[in-house]
Design a protein around this ligand. Structure first.
Ligand code: SF4
Length: 322
């Protein structure tokens, strides 16, 4: 196992709460999952479900309130400075919008060389070779090194962001909505590129997305999040073929698909996602769930198996999927 996340929590002080008042936004509230080397795990859910906070916790941009992150056998939250440096080298990220993640004042040469120079010991000749190799991997010509980000299309800029993430030969890349800022026509190219790179280098991906087409395409495991909790998770084929949680069912049914026989169905869940500041009691989805029973408002549903031969678990009081 490459990454093991156990009972991770991130509670932020509520905005406007006065000192001494105990008001917390429970952005992530006890989430567990694991990723094997070379595997893709996808976290999906609406905005505000906590998936981007998990990405920030894994990238050490935020400190967890509780829980454990174990990477390659080491507890990340107890690493010393050298250990953190090594972890940062092995866990890289590609964000949604390459226009804001790439410094517009730097040519591609420096954008790609920066992480290598910051961590390293590479000699000039070897560095140039490595930069050209990175461009080859992402399908850009060697003369791209002398250009600025604005001289590329959106899709090409995302290729540069991927090359930069690969510069330190990481084991895991966090892909935070990597295609959602791109034209639909370009998305498939970037998805295929990421899949090719994974095959070539045996990388693991954590994909944060609400584009379920992206998730369906190449994730082995999926976790569905709602208001800071994982409500259903498991083998992607099993979850996509037979979603068992009412929220997952509605999310999948409303997702755009290329199949005209299965148009997206809007309005399957009522209202907006609730507030992580005062999440509903019992099952957090109960105010929006069409199958809610009286106990749903009182009892937090424990996690259980959905049945079947592969990993597939959910948290719901219904004994059989609706
Ligand atoms: Fe709906 Fe109840 Fe299941 Fe929650 S526990 S998803 S409210 S049926």
């Amino acid at each position: 196992m490459l990454l093991d996340v156990h009972d991770l929590k991130k509670h932020f002080p509520a905005p406007g709460a006065r000192w001494g008042e105990k008001a917390w936004v429970r952005a992530v509230d006890g989430v567990s999952f694991s990723i094997d080397a070379g595997q893709t795990y996808a976290l999906v859910g609406e905005s505000g479900c906590g998936k981007t906070t998990i990405a920030k916790l894994l990238l050490l941009l935020e400190k967890p309130t509780a829980g454990r992150i174990v990477f390659d056998g080491h507890d990340v939250l107890t690493l010393d400075r050298a250990g953190v440096r090594g972890y940062r080298r092995q866990v890289q990220a590609v964000f949604q919008d390459p226009s804001s993640s790439l410094n517009p004042r730097l040519k591609v040469r420096l954008l790609l060389a920066e992480p290598i120079l910051a961590h390293g010991d590479m000699e000039r000749g070897a560095l140039d070779q490595r930069l050209v190799e990175l461009l080859r991997i992402v399908g850009l010509p060697a003369n791209s090194l002398g250009l600025y980000p604005h001289e590329f299309s959106g899709g090409q800029r995302q290729r540069i962001a991927v090359a930069r993430a690969l510069a330190l030969r990481p084991k895991l890349i966090v892909l935070d909505e990597p295609t959602s800022a791109l034209d639909v026509s370009i998305r498939a190219q970037i998805i295929n590129l990421l899949a090719d790179i994974q095959r070539e280098f045996g990388l693991a991906y954590l994909v944060i997305a609400h584009d379920l087409a992206l998730v369906d395409h190449f994730s082995a495991r999926v976790g569905v999040m709602y208001l800071g909790r994982m409500v259903e998770h498991g083998d992607s084929d099993a979850v996509f073929a037979a979603p068992a949680h009412p929220y997952t069912q509605a999310l999948l049914a409303s997702a755009p698909r290329p199949d005209p026989d299965h148009p997206p169905r809007e309005g399957l869940i009522r209202g907006e996602i609730g507030s992580a500041l005062s999440p509903p009691t019992g099952c957090r989805f109960h105010p929006r769930c069409p199958y809610a029973m009286p106990r749903c408002a009182q009892e937090d549903p424990p996690e259980r198996d959905a049945g079947g031969a592969v990993l597939h678990r959910l948290s719901c009081h219904l004994e059989t999927a609706p």
